[in-house]
Each structure stands twice: as structure tokens, then as C-alpha cells.
Design a binder for this molecule. Structure first.
Ligand code: NDP
Length: 480
């Protein structure tokens, strides 16, 4: 049994209450470890450590902060295999996905922001005619809170903590209680790299207790949160009276719009990926597929054939395309949406059933599922399912598909397949989303702003946007 501990002031600690939560392995359905059920008192200890570390960390030279963050990046790469296996076991994702995407991206987050902070500049203005110059300081906020979800555990955990650290803040972070393992292992890596104690503190536990203690803490200056829209709304309500700065990266229900003039084979392969990568548990997955009527029948036949060939299997097996969903409760929720879609006249073209993987009968496996629908108003097209389930339906005109794409409360990303440049330019303006991908999906350049509109969030992360979020601008006006 693996026992996870809180990482506070550079050391591992049991929770003060000595209470522990079970940690399940999604591939087997068995308990394989325990994690601290941390309370307000643990968060307070983390706060004291972070607050004490802040004066030194915030005045550490940019070169030194950069060197330390890049050193952590290198150590993540050295530990690639160990971290990939841990991520796969904890989350249920295929180990080959963790090795190719999740862990390398965690290393990239450290390297990118380690470099970016040395290029981050503030503005200055000469006030001509007034003999004055204005310049803007960008000061770290102090102690900040970072809360991340279970779908891309180390990838998103580091996406939040690293810009905060780079900008000179000290951090209290809480990974999802469902997938705490790699955030736990990161503590040793930070120590080995020489990150000073107290600069990063990781407190494990439930959202409603540990997470709540972080968002309620009066001296934690900002919260960077990625997770569900409902939790985001709750955090906004709690934080507002304290005027905490908030970055909220929330849910998505993203359209994947396919025109007949696209590069068909590339579109088909990418659509398979954008539908089912990570068991469809990526906020950016294109779960609503709209296909121009002229190629609809061809697409339907080809896509369903490809989906049927996807191999659902134990995440540690290299040839598994689809691993296990993250938890039994989540599997039941996703299956509930499939049943609801069938009730609302959706036609299940493939999938729809729980899969029994030999020797791992209690694992949380689900067939990749394609549902044909006739209206964008049905529940499965309006609510975030967050599983290996997509819908397909035809459209006849550009206006019609833009209307359907935007007729949802979310606005995170949209994917567009076409070779018509004018249409690309028009629709990129019209689609209500924080990110529009054209003829590709999930191609990320870490310098670009990342985030959603509508119920998909507030604020942008990535590049200098993240460094701006984690700093307070202060203007200085000097009359000479
Ligand atoms: P949740 O909102 O349930 O949880 C996210 C994090 O918040 C977890 O660490 C959770 O802890 C914690 N939390 C829960 N309640 C509170 C609270 N009252 N106070 C403080 N923290 C709390 O989301 P999921 O983990 O289920 O993640 C899936 C969601 O994340 C999907 O909606 C998905 O779209 C979204 N997401 C958005 C992304 C984006 O960039 N826009 C990227 C990836 C995912 P615990 O797990 O212990 O409950």
C-alpha cells in the first residue's frame, strides 16, 4: 500500500488529524494506497511555511529562479518512466499517453516558465511635457493557491504552480484527491533540484474540506483553479468578498465542425484523437461533431469503423488505445448520459457498454461510443459528459452550424475542418470559444493565451498571461 503525505516546508508530513482516504486504481477497481484527509490546520501549516519562504523567494534573482525551475524540468525527464507509470496507475490513462504527453508536458511547463520569466517585462512611459516618467513594477502577490483536477494530473498541476513560482510567489497546491500520486512525487524532485523549503507546499485531501480551506483562507491572495464549472462558480462566490484574484479554467462542450472540402484522412484520424484521447476526459475534446451533409454518410461509416477498432485495455499494456475511466462514480455518470441520449431518440452507432477486461473485471472500462442525434438541444449535446462519448449530426449551411456550435453554455474550444480561407476567417470570429483550432486539434504553443468564455471560465493562462495573473502591477510616476 502506498501512503501519500503532505509536502510542507520541504518535508513530508502525516495529516494532523491522522485521517486517511482510500486511493483507488481505476484499472483494477482496487484500493492501492491512502492519502491524507487534510484539514484547515494542515492548510494553515502550509500557509505559515509559504509565508516564511516568501521574502527570500520573491527577491531571489530571476536567473536563479529560472535555473531551479529548469533543473526540476530536467529531473522530471530523468524520472519519465517512473512518473508515467504512477500517472497511469493513479488515473487509468494508457501509460503510453502519460509517457508521450502528460509527463513531457509537465517538464515543458517548468522549462517554459523558467525561460519566460527572464523575458517578462513591464512597461514604461515618458510623460512628455510634464517632465515625468512612469514605469510599472510587476510584483509577486505573496502566497497563492492552485487547485487542479484529475484528468491530466501532473500536466495541469504544473501548468498552474510553475508560473506562480516563476513570478516569485509561494504556493499552496491541492491536486485532485482522486489522482494525487504524481504531485506527491514532485516534492522529492523539488528537493533534489534545491527548491527552497516552503516555496511549494502540496496539501492533499477532499475538495470540500482541504480545497475549501485554501479558498477561504483570508491571506491567500489568488486562486488559480482548473475543474468543473459548478466548483468554479462556488469558488468565485467564496472569493469575491475577500477580493481574491481568480483564474478559472472550467468545463467545455466543444464543437468539431467538418466541411466537405477538408483534408479528409487527416480530419478522420485527428477526430478520432479529439474524441477519445484520455478516454474523452480532456476539457478540449470535441464531443459535438457536426458534419456537412454532403459527406455525412461517408464520415459516419468511416468514423464508426475506426472507433470499433480502438482497443480498450489495461492502461499498462502498450497497445491499449483506451484505458479506464477515473472512478466508478464517473463511469456511472457517463453511462447515465448514454442512457439519457437513447431516451431522447439518440441512435447509438457503436459502444455504449461497460467493458470487462480479463483479469481486471472490477476496472472502470467503457466502450468508445458514437451517438447519432438529430437536434443540438438534447441533453447529451448541452451538458459536459467528460467521457469516451461523442455525438454526430449533419448540417446544411455555415450559418446553421455556427448557430448550433454557439448554442451551448460553454465556450472553451472549437475545431474547424475546411480548406476555405475566407470561411476560416469568418468562422474564427463567429465561434464563441477561447481557442479555435483549424485543421488540427490540441496543438499547443505555451506562449499563447489559454482559457474559455461563457461558463468555460474567466481569465487566461499560458505565456505572459499567466505571469501577469500571478503579479500585481504597480505604477511608479517620477517627476524629474
Ligand atoms: P472538480 O471541479 O470536481 O474538481 C477540481 C478540483 O477542485 C479538485 O482538486 C477538487 O478536489 C477541488 N474542489 C472541489 N470542491 C472544492 C471546493 N469547494 N473548494 C476548493 N476546491 C474544490 O473537477 P474534476 O476534478 O471533476 O475535473 C473535471 C472538470 O475539470 C471538467 O469539468 C473539465 O472540463 C474541467 N477541466 C477544465 C480544463 C480547462 O482548462 N478549462 C482542463 C481540464 C479539466 P477533489 O477532487 O478532492 O474533489
Amino acid at each position: 500500500m502506498e501512503k501519500i503525505k503532505n509536502f510542507i516546508n520541504g518535508q513530508y508530513h502525516d495529516p494532523i488529524s491522522k485521517e486517511w482516504l482510500d486511493n483507488y486504481c481505476p484499472a483494477t477497481g482496487a484500493i492501492y494506497g491512502s492519502i491524507p484527509n487534510s484539514s484547515k490546520a494542515d492548510v494553515e501549516n502550509a500557509y505559515i511555511a509559504a509565508q516564511s519562504a516568501f521574502p527570500n523567494w520573491s527577491t531571489t534573482s530571476l536567473e536563479e529562479r529560472s535555473r531551479l525551475l529548469i533543473k526540476i524540468s530536467e529531473l522530471i525527464e530523468v524520472n519519465l518512466e517512473r512518473l508515467s507509470e504512477a500517472e497511469s496507475k493513479d488515473n487509468g490513462k494508457p501509460v503510453n499517453l502519460a509517457r508521450r504527453i502528460d509527463i513531457p508536458r509537465a517538464a515543458s511547463n517548468f522549462r517554459f516558465f523558467g525561460n519566460a520569466i527572464t523575458q517578462f517585462s513591464s512597461e514604461s512611459h515618458e510623460s512628455i511635457g510634464h517632465d515625468a516618467i512612469n514605469y510599472t513594477l510587476r510584483q509577486p502577490l505573496g502566497v497563492v493557491g492552485c487547485i487542479s483536477p484529475w484528468n491530466l494530473p501532473l500536466y495541469l498541476f504544473t501548468w498552474k504552480i510553475v508560473p506562480a513560482l516563476a513570478a516569485g510567489n509561494c504556493v499552496i497546491a491541492k491536486p485532485s484527491e482522486i489522482t494525487p500520486m504524481t504531485a506527491y512525487l514532485l516534492g522529492d524532485i523539488c528537493n533534489e533540484a534545491g527548491l527552497p523549503p516552503g516555496v511549494l507546499n502540496v496539501v492533499h485531501g477532499l475538495g470540500t474540506t482541504t480545497g475549501q480551506a485554501i479558498i477561504e483562507h483570508p491571506d491567500i491572495k489568488a486562486i488559480s483553479f482548473t475543474g468543473g464549472t459548478k466548483t468554479g462558480a462556488h469558488i468565485a462566490k467564496v472569493a469575491a468578498p475577500m477580493f481574491k484574484k481568480l483564474s478559472l479554467e472550467l468545463g467545455g462542450k466543444n464543437p468539431n465542425i467538418i466541411f466537405g472540402d477538408c483534408d479528409y484522412e487527416t480530419m478522420l484520424d485527428t477526430t478520432l484523437r479529439s474524441s477519445f484521447s484520455n478516454q474523452g476526459q480532456i476539457c478540449l475534446c470535441g464531443s459535438r461533431i457536426f458534419v456537412e451533409a454532403s459527406i455525412y454518410d461517408r464520415f459516419k461509416a468511416d468514423f464508426v469503423t475506426k472507433v470499433k477498432h480502438l482497443r480498450v485495455g489495461h492502461p499498462s499494456q502498450e497497445d491499449s488505445d483506451i484505458g479506464a475511466l477515473v472512478s466508478e462514480a464517473h463511469l456511472e455518470k457517463v453511462m447515465g448520459y448514454i442512457k439519457m441520449a437513447a431516451k431522447e431518440n439518440g441512435k447509438i452507432l457503436c459502444g455504449g457498454h461497460r467493458v470487462t477486461v480479463k483479469d481486471y473485471e472490477k476496472g472502470y472500462y467503457l466502450e468508445p461510443t458514437v451517438i447519432e442525434i438529430s437536434s443540438n438541444d438534447c441533453t447529451i449535446n448541452q451538458e459536459e459528459v467528460f467521457g469516451p462519448v461523442v455525438t454526430i449530426m449533419p448540417f446544411n449551411s455555415e450559418d446553421e452550424v455556427v448557430r448550433m456550435a454557439n448554442s451551448v453554455k460553454y465556450g472553451l474550444s472549437a475545431t474547424l475542418w475546411t480548406n476555405d480561407l475566407k470561411r476560416t476567417m469568418r468562422m474564427s470570429h463567429q465561434l464563441e470559444a477561447g481557442i479555435v483550432w483549424v485543421n488540427t486539434w490540441m496543438m499547443r504553443d505555451l506562449r499563447t493565451p489559454f482559457g474559455g468564455t461563457k461558463s468555460s471560465g474567466v481569465g487566461r493562462e499560458g505565456g505572459f498571461e499567466a505571469l501577469r495573473f500571478f503579479t500585481e502591477p504597480k505604477n511608479v510616476c517620477i517627476k524629474y
